[in-house]
Design a binder for this molecule. Sequence first.
Ligand code: 5GP
Ligand code: ZN
Length: 113
Amino acid sequence: MDCLFCKIVEGTIPSKKVYENEDVMAFHDIEPAAPVHVLIIPKKHIATINDVAEEDAILVGRIYAAAREIARELGIAEDGYRLINNCNADGGQVVYHLHVHLLGGQKLGPLLA
Ligand code: 5GP
Ligand code: ZN
């Protein structure tokens, strides 16, 4: 499949991995928008949040559990952080493999600034 993040999961495109378990992986964003900017993805290809099925509920929960672990490991859990999921054109989605942005390491501005 011609999907950038599937290739990162396969290892054919390199990434700076920060977390991995059986069904979730996370790596640093190539163009960080904050001191900490990690992308958390399911290993399984799901294009957008619109394509999440009922049977993916546990998987989506694991993405958020991974976010919590990564924030703790990177030392930003207490100060705080932001999780973002962009969906389709109006949401600003560029890569069509589901991902949650984990942003932190500084006080973030207003959401839509
Ligand atoms: P979206 O706008 O789809 O929510 O976010 C896609 C994100 O993927 C962007 O923040 C962009 O910088 C990041 N990105 C695009 N290509 C690559 C890549 O090859 N490697 C990594 N690590 N991040 C990428
Ligand atoms: Zn994919």
